[in-house]
Ligand binder design. Structure first.
Ligand code: AGP
Length: 608
């Protein structure tokens, strides 16, 4: 998620903007920038990397302005680069804009503007905004009315701030789906995508509502709403600041905040990619290699940790839906294999951070094999994203907690889309899965609504030193991921196993001190999983079962049951994962550990 800061008033805008951007650093970003209007002309500064870098280049310039906007970018379209960093402007830099969100129809707008002679420099969706305003301004509209006219052309989500030499006494702001708040001061006003950026300056804020357009001067805020075209009376509210708290909102930790983003995460992974009613999947990141993909006869997935387990879900999905053989390999082991690679093999790297050294090494190893290298990455423009020939971004937003939760959900969702895309619609499951994907966010929310029950179960088992996680077929990778989640945040020994392996050894560990987490949703393998559960019970093993709402039989077999909504077997990993993430989170909280920063672990393993 990008960060926006704006200011108009008597202070030095450059210092205020930099302070505000630094307070938004937690949101994660890859570049930043700021723009100021001074004596009728504009100054724009951009920098990739830390806000300190932006501060450094600004300090070398004399800035004496009381009007400015700033931005930290978490790239959604186009890699982190100077040209893609915000602010974006029209040709003569008389109109300058920062934006948070996704303009879904930016390509159509871009083609239309190019046909009118506009020359785009960046790969971003945002750049259409200043050009649209410029276009309408040249139709003899005022800066404000040009801004409104431009907004009416946009489809998607936006929080926008715009300044202009055409009217250096105002900031224009607009909001649709992406948050934006106005800070109210004495003969000054502030603007931010997150109230935490205003702490220390004002406690009086106006939360913009969807389709609000605000004209902000030093002394006045005027709001119109494009939805009902009426003036809106600004509602001033008081907020209490605690920076960390402001960043976490009502959540105690980033991990639980990110788990609660699951419905939005599924939506964002699908947004603009699935036209369910037409049965179309558009994966823009694969279009450049769509011809090559037709000749792919084998896919090797390389990844580490949770991303590896997401890959195992992808193996089942791609083989079943697209009929392409898949092998998933730990990136850390891939480098030691001397396996033959034919040119019809594609390598698919999965990585949240895009900076995992072992996965980078795997991509390097095949760099001269002449094979297609694909990526599923969350951090746009990251090393892995730039090393691959094509890929699909997760769009999960920055993941702060070390334990991967929403990124895993996004990876599995994206793998489902890729499997359907590769199937070319030739699987009977194509339409049913597309239809079911639509209801997945709501089903995810159903699980989130029962966190109290899951918390109680975790607290009940917090004294145990060992856990077994078991699952079959699509639930097997979830069992592995569940064991990892528990290990990494609560430091409890946990093993994930294919349920069918019980008799081949793990059953020997079972006694009343060794509970089992059994993934037992409605599926073709459920009867066999019941047998595994019976084997465990016969040895006094306790069972926590994840099962489908309405399943009564499981109540007789398990000591505790956590229910999830019914869904297609191919989509169960998405819903089951939310349960195992919540269980691990509440176990770690019950044990009093640092949930977001578990001991010995880093968010991104950038060394081999
Ligand atoms: C996940 O909870 C872990 N923090 C870790 O296993 C992680 O998935 C692994 O290090 C891979 O990271 P990546 O997805 O950024 O490549």
């Amino acid at each position: 998620m990008c960060g926006i800061v704006g200011y108009i008033g008597h202070r030095k805008a450059d210092k205020l903007i930099l302070d505000g951007l630094k307070s938004l650093e937690y949101r994660g970003y890859d570049s930043s920038g700021a723009a100021f209007i001074e004596s009728g002309s504009s100054k724009i500064f951009k920098q990739i990397g830390k806000v300190d870098g932006l501060e450094n280049i600004m300090s070398k310039q004399k800035i004496n302005s009381g009007l400015g906007i700033g931005h930290t970018r978490w790239a959604t379209h186009g890699s982190p680069s100077m040209v893609n960093a915000h602010p974006h402007s029209n040709e003569d830099q008389s109109i300058i804009v920062v934006h948070n969100g996704i303009i879904e129809n930016h390509l159509e707008l871009k083609y239309e503007l190019e046909s009118k002679g506009y020359i785009f420099k960046s790969e971003t969706d945002t750049e259409v905004i200043p050009f649209l305003i410029d276009y309408y301004f040249n139709q003899d509209l005022s800066f404000e009315n040009s801004f409104k006219a431009a907004l009416k052309d946009l489809k998607g989500a936006y929080a926008i701030a715009a300044i202009s030499t055409l009217n250096p006494e105002i900031i224009l702001a607009a909001k649709l789906s992406s948050p934006l708040v106005i800070g109210v001061g004495k003969n000054e006003h502030f603007l931010a995508s997150d109230p935490s950026a205003l702490s220390g300056y004002t406690k009086k804020v106006i939360y913009l509502q969807d389709l609000d357009v605000a004209k902000i001067t030093k002394t006045k805020v005027t709001i119109n709403n494009l939805g009902h075209n009426h003036r809106v009376k600004p509602k001033i509210e008081l907020i209490d600041y605690d920076n960390e708290k402001a960043q976490l909102g009502s959540f105690d930790h980033f991990m639980i905040k990110e788990i609660f983003e699951s419905p939005a995460t599924i939506n964002n992974a699908i947004l603009g990619r699935v036209l369910a009613n037409k049965g179309i999947i558009k994966l823009g990141g694969l279009e450049s290699v769509s011809e090559q993909l037709k000749y792919i006869e084998r896919i090797v997935i390389v990844a580490c940790g949770s991303s590896f387990y997401a890959g195992l879900v992808g193996e089942y999905l791609i083989e079943e839906l697209a009929g392409i053989p898949v092998e998933v390999q730990l990136a850390s082991e891939f480098k030691y294999r001397e396996e033959p690679f034919s040119r019809s093999t594609a390598l698919l790297a999965i990585s949240q951070s895009g900076e995992t050294a072992d996965t980078i090494a795997a991509l390097k190893k095949v760099s001269d094999y002449g094979i297609l290298r694909l990526g599923i990455v969350n951090s746009i423009g990251s090393t892995i994203a730039r090393m691959t020939d094509a890929g699909v971004y997760c769009h999960a937003g920055p993941e702060q907690a070390v334990a991967s939760t929403k990124a895993f959900i996004a990876q599995v969702t994206v793998l489902t889309l890729i499997a359907l895309y590769l199937s070319n619609g030739q699987t009977k499951l194509y339409r049913p899965i597309l239809k079911e994907l639509d209801s997945l966010p709501e089903k995810a929310q159903t699980i989130l609504n029962q966190t109290d029950e899951i918390k109680k179960v975790a607290e009940k088992y917090k004294g145990y030193k060992d856990f077994l996680y078991i699952g079959r077929h699509f639930s097997y990778p979830v069992a592995l991921e569940g064991a990892l989640k528990l290990k990494e945040v609560s430091y409890i020994h946990a093993e994930g196993y294919a349920a069918g392996e019980m008799k081949h050894g793990p059953l020997a560990m079972i006694d009343k001190e060794f509970p089992t987490f059994a993934l037992a949703s409605n599926s073709l393998t459920l009867e066999k999983t019941y047998s595994n559960i019976e084997e465990i019970r016969a040895r006094q093993g306790k069972i926590i079962a994840v099962s489908t709402i309405g399943n009564k039989k499981i109540l007789k077999l398990a000591n505790d049951v956590i229910y999830i909504p019914d869904t297609l077997e191919q989509l169960q990993p998405v819903l089951q994962s939310i349960v195992i993430q919540l269980f691990s989170y509440y176990m770690a909280v019950a044990k009093g550990f640092n949930v977001d920063r578990p001991r010995n672990l880093a968010k991104s393993v950038t060394v081999e």
